[in-house]
Design a protein around this ligand. Structure first.
Ligand code: KIV
Length: 274
């Protein structure tokens, strides 16, 4: 049965919508949100996907990495966001060490889904295949995340651009295909050369959402604090402050959507070369 919001008469975004958007070249817009006020604004202005990211460890909790984030934190913030959104598709992060095996992943993903998530996101390559299969079999949609995977900052040796060598790029392409075959229905690509973002996107049926992965992904995502210049300190190259040139949060959201849809964002200065 399809559901139509009685107040707005607008169909909510679903996995099917996202696949159609990729097929039609209609770029997917995504921002992180962690509370009801921003979720309502993003929902009303037409952000397609709201990500309740474990970046909340940085921007809300003040940690230097996402590693301290707990499942209970994501459950709490997912519930806050879910109360305020009706159209946007809600993806919630499974935090560090919460999906080490299929049973653990199912237990924690269930908590996120019951808090209002419509999909869960986890970071990593081929090692996730069985875990993703297990979640999908139980009716839990999965978003995978490749490239710079912040939960692995200590094994990566820092927040660095990934996939720069031919070998690393080839491994990432193979990971992407394996994750799609396992049942992932969305893929976040973070901090990789634009050419790799393009070739992975073209090799998959599922949509990709890039953050520092070039203009050819099926859509773009930013941490909301970065998109409105609310996070102090040095910003990654892929960040643009949309509030700076608009002056209000509403106008900044509209400009972000406009620039992603038209392909103006990300511009070359936000992208990584080979
Ligand atoms: O946690 C998060 O906000 C993310 C985005 C950076 C994609 O994973």
């Amino acid at each position: 049965m399809s559901y139509i919001d009685p107040q707005k008469n607008i169909l909510p975004v679903s996995v099917t919508t996202l696949f159609k958007m990729k097929e039609n070249g209609n770029k997917i817009t995504s921002l992180t949100a962690y509370d009801a006020s921003f979720a309502a604004l993003f929902d009303q202005h037409g952000i397609d996907v709201i990500l309740i990211g474990d970046s909340l460890g940085n921007v809300i909790q003040g940690h230097s990495t996402t590693i301290p984030v707990q499942v209970a934190d994501i459950v709490y913030h997912t519930a806050c966001v879910a109360r305020a959104s009706s159209r946007s598709f809600l993806v919630a992060d499974l935090p560090f060490a919460s999906y080490g095996n299929a049973e653990m992943a199912l237990k924690n993903a269930t908590l996120l889904m019951q808090a209002g998530a419509q999909m869960v996101k986890l970071e990593g390559g081929k090692w996730l295949v069985e875990i993703i299969q297990h979640l999908v079999k139980q009716g839990i949609p999965v978003c995978a995340h490749l490239g710079l995977t912040p939960q692995s900052v200590n094994t990566l040796g820092g927040f660095k651009v990934q996939g720069k060598t031919n070998t690393a790029a080839q491994i990432m392409r193979e990971d992407a295909l394996a994750l799609e075959a396992a049942g992932a229905q969305l893929l976040v690509l973070e901090a990789i050369p634009s050419s790799l973002g393009k070739s992975i996107t073209e090799s998959l049926t599922i949509p990709t959402v890039g953050i520092g992965a070039g203009p050819d992904c099926s859509g773009q995502v930013l941490v909301m604090h970065d998109a409105i210049g609310a996070f102090p300190g040095r910003q990654p190259k892929f960040v643009k402050n949309f509030l700076e040139c608009t002056g209000t949060i509403e106008k900044a959201i509209k400009l972000y959507i406009e620039e992603v849809k038209s392909g103006v964002f990300p511009a070359p200065e936000h992208c990584f070369s080979d």
